[in-house]
Design a protein around this ligand. Structure first.
Ligand code: IPD
Ligand code: CA
Ligand code: CA
Length: 260
């Protein structure tokens, strides 16, 4: 592996592991949350964890750019951008549901180069670096080969839509009928890793942010999966929608989204 990628990957894993301890400290306490928007939760631990991650990155790479969900963004060298979601699945975290994680991605020259997603309660460390495959706790990952009618799918419902009926409901209804089921687990970064691991066969969401997707998208791609926007066009991390699958069911799902 390219030496510098290895260094970035090892640092990201170490930071994620240590950040996991901070998250668990919060998980085991009674913590309060604030609302950033309708049902969009944030806790003191989202901020604490992000602060820790940024401090660690700043020590090693003070010249790099940073995009963090909780506001720690910094525009410096545009060729190196760390994209951080300190707690993905905050609603789960605040309700003591164990499906939450930290997501750390490094984009180099506009392309994802390193991705680490760590779920501290589940003790699962997913990671990938460009060209080197994806791993879960050192076990190499491959997407599934399942076809749509036998698939288990994943999705999410960003709470920020003002409509009475969430625009994802009709897609949920459609795919429930053509698959073996849909899971809405509540942490997009982890949902992407589950796609990489073949635990689900495809995942979509309508409105995510770069920090939800950065690490997970590389982990899916390096496990042999396909990532595009919802209707099958080239993926752009600055655009909100994502369709990530095992590849086999991609066209069928993208065709549906393109016409609905
Ligand atoms: C949310 C989670 C959720 C997804 C939302 C995201 P957060 O991130 O990934 O699964 O459905 O769209 O905003 O707020 O827990 O970091
Ligand atoms: Ca998130
Ligand atoms: Ca978050």
């Amino acid at each position: 592996m390219n030496e510098s990628l290895k260094t970035y990957l090892n640092l990201s894993k170490k930071i994620a592991q240590d950040a996991g301890k901070i998250m668990l400290e919060g998980y085991n306490k009674d913590i309060s949350f604030k609302l950033k928007g309708k049902a969009n939760l944030v806790t003191e631990y989202d901020k604490k964890t992000e602060q820790f991650v940024i401090e660690q990155l700043e020590k090693g790479y003070p010249g790099h750019s940073i995009l963090g969900e909780e506001g720690s963004s910094k525009q410096a060298d545009p060729n190196y951008r760390w994209i951080i979601d300190p707690i993905d699945g905050t609603t789960n975290f605040a309700h003591k549901h164990p499906y939450f994680c930290i997501s750390i991605g490094l984009e180099i020259h506009g392309e994802m180069a390193v991705g680490v997603v760590y779920a501290p309660m589940l003790q699962e460390m997913f990671f990938a670096s460009k060209g080197e495959g994806s791993f879960l706790n050192d076990k190499k990952l491959n997407v599934s080969t399942t076809k749509l009618e036998e698939s288990l799918l994943g999705t999410g419902f960003n709470p920020s839509f003002p409509e009475l009926i969430h625009p994802n409901m009709k897609h949920y209804q459609y795919f429930i009928d053509v698959s073996q089921g849909i899971r809405r687990c509540g942490a997009a970064a982890l949902d992407l890793c589950y796609t990489a691991a073949g635990r689900i066969d495809g995942f979509w969401e309508l409105a995510l942010n770069p920090w939800d997707m950065a690490a997970g998208l590389l982990i899916v791609q390096e496990a042999g999966g396909t990532v595009t926007n919802l209707n099958g066009s080239q993926f752009d991390i600055e655009e909100p929608s994502i369709l990530a699958t095992n590849g086999h069911i991609h066209q069928e799902m993208a065709d549906y989204f393109a016409s609905n």
